[in-house]
Design a protein around this ligand. Structure first.
Ligand code: 4AD
Ligand code: MG
Length: 476
């Protein structure tokens, strides 16, 4: 008999039909009631075994065991579910020794512990919900761009350029570490390397996306990016996924509109399609909040927060206004900030969070950052000091989007690259777009895991990517 997904059975009230279901046992009580989960949804299906069942079989059914069940869907006698399965035949597909199984669901395991057994954590309610939502968000992002006629461009993962100019790259090489070929001056001879030059894992697909935008008008990338920055925070990964739209003829204002529309679309899509998972995560978050002192608790629950973001326009301010707000704050006056505030600083997470969580209480788009703290490709404003950059700051997250209008004027771009020691000759291909039919254009990068954090209400970025890569950690 063909397998029916548990989600399908639980979603309908239909009774009195034969099915086959397969999944993993979440609990087994009174030698009679199995809670079975196949990952298709949050809910477990109750499987009822006859009292005359084989003793060996009963012994083998434990938390974690995988089974196949043939039986009849009937109206449930018990509370908590509309339907259940009266089993005719149960087969154990894969045993699971309860003494050795590291995932014991009885006392809710901590997120920290589950991170150590990330290969098994998908089988918990929390991670089931998180990764189903992650899937939906990825799908919604593709849908958003597809519906608007964007071309999905696959930009390279191995590259010779440093798109952000921040030097935080992982080298890709097949040269022997112990005895690399050297030039006469002692430096390593990358001409002998696999690609005939020094290469690294990409930090961003933007520069290549810009090339695509100069032909398709609207493109986006959605791929893994890598940063060898030694930030051991709850918001940073060394390997993360980024969505980078790039649009010809757009200016910074169009860019802000696009980003706001994208965020709102994917949030509403998740609310519509993953409500059960989000409700579970909302309860989880509410429980977690109860552990905190009163004054640190957030004012809104998860669902309320998501709906609030959907229903309110993002605040739009300039960097200069942001600095003035911070300087004017009691937090600043009472020296509550760890880092100093003055025009020109790269705002720290505490400053960004003050703006969104305390001052505006909603997402904020900050534009017009000082050029010194931003990448070479951003369009220079007429004041000579700032660039047409935009960061979107989200409550509980800080920066979720970073983008800009791009410098389309060849002379200004080359000058800025030279000032910032970016090799103009090697990047001839990037500059060519400005030489051959260049147009004003703009784009941004949305950190996918930060988006998942925001929507799921999880607090550590390591809990929203299946197998996190962070400094000193590449397990699994
Ligand atoms: O602000 P970033 O560095 O911008 C760029 O890479 C541009 N090339 C994007 C563009 O304009 N096409 O990164 C964009 C976003 C950040 O706002 C943040 O959400 C996320 O990527 N991000 C990270 N997420 C997790 N771990 C890290 N180490 C991250 N670094 C950036
Ligand atoms: Mg940024």
């Amino acid at each position: 008999m063909q397998r029916t997904k548990i989600k399908e059975i639980l979603q309908s009230d239909k009774c009195d039909y034969q099915v086959n279901v397969k999944g993993w046992v979440r609990s087994f009580r009174n030698n009679q009631f199995i809670a079975l989960n196949d990952g298709s949804c949050m809910g477990n299906l109750q499987v009822v075994i006859g009292l005359d069942a084989d003793e060996q079989l009963i012994k083998g059914i434990n938390n974690g065991v995988s089974i196949s069940v043939d039986g009849m869907v009937i109206a449930s006698q018990g509370k908590g579910q509309k339907v259940e399965i009266k089993a005719d035949a149960v087969t154990i597909l894969g045993e699971c020794d309860p003494e050795k199984f590291p995932l014991q669901l009885k006392n809710r395991p901590s997120l920290e512990y589950l991170r150590e057994i990330a290969h098994l954590r998908f089988r918990t309610n929390t991670f089931g919900a998180v990764f189903r939502v992650r899937h939906t968000l990825a799908y919604a992002i593709h849908k958003f761009f597809n519906d608007r006629g964007f071309v999905y461009l696959h930009t390279p993962i191995v590259t010779a350029s440093d798109a952000e100019g921040a030097g935080e790259m992982f080298r890709v090489s097949t040269l022997p570490f112990d005895n690399p070929p050297r030039n006469e001056d002692g430096t390593i001879n990358f001409k002998e390397d696999f690609f005939g030059r020094a290469t690294n894992l990409t930090v961003s697909g933007q520069l290549e996306a810009e090339l695509g935008a100069m032909a398709f008008s609207e493109v986006y990338t959605f791929g893994p990016t890598f940063r060898a920055e030694n930030s051991n925070t709850a918001r940073h990964l060394a390997e993360f996924w980024m969505i980078e739209p790039e649009v010809a003829f757009n200016d910074i204002y169009d860019n802000m509109d696009l980003a706001e529309d994208l965020l709102k679309f994917v949030i509403s899509y998740a609310l519509e399609h993953n409500r059960e998972d989000l409700d579970f995560l909302a309860t989880r978050l509410a429980d977690e909040e109860k552990q905190k002192p009163m004054n640190e608790r957030s004012e809104m629950g998860l669902i309320e927060k998501l709906e609030f973001v959907l229903n309110n326009k993002f605040e739009r301010i300039t960097y200069t206004e942001a600095i003035d707000i911070l300087l004017d704050s009691t937090a600043y006056k009472k020296k509550k900030f760890q880092y100093d505030v003055k025009w020109g600083i790269d705002m720290q997470s505490e400053h960004e969070r003050y703006l969104v969580e305390k001052h505006f209480k909603k997402p904020v788009i900050v534009t017009g950052y000082p050029k010194e703290i931003k990448a070479f490709y951003m369009r220079q404003n007429d004041d000579g000091k700032t660039v047409a950059a935009m960061d979107i700051l989200a409550p509980g997250i800080g920066e979720i989007v970073g983008g800009s209008q791009r410098e389309e004027r060849l002379d200004k771009l080359t000058q800025r690259m030279e000032e910032m020691h970016i090799p103009t000759e090697e990047m001839y291909w990037y500059l060519d777009t400005r030489r051959f039919g260049g147009v004003p254009h703009a784009g941004f990068g949305l950190g996918f895991e930060r988006m998942v954090l925001f929507v799921t209400g999880m607090t550590n970025i390591r809990d929203v990517i299946p197998f996190p890569r962070t400094p000193k950690n590449a397990e699994f």
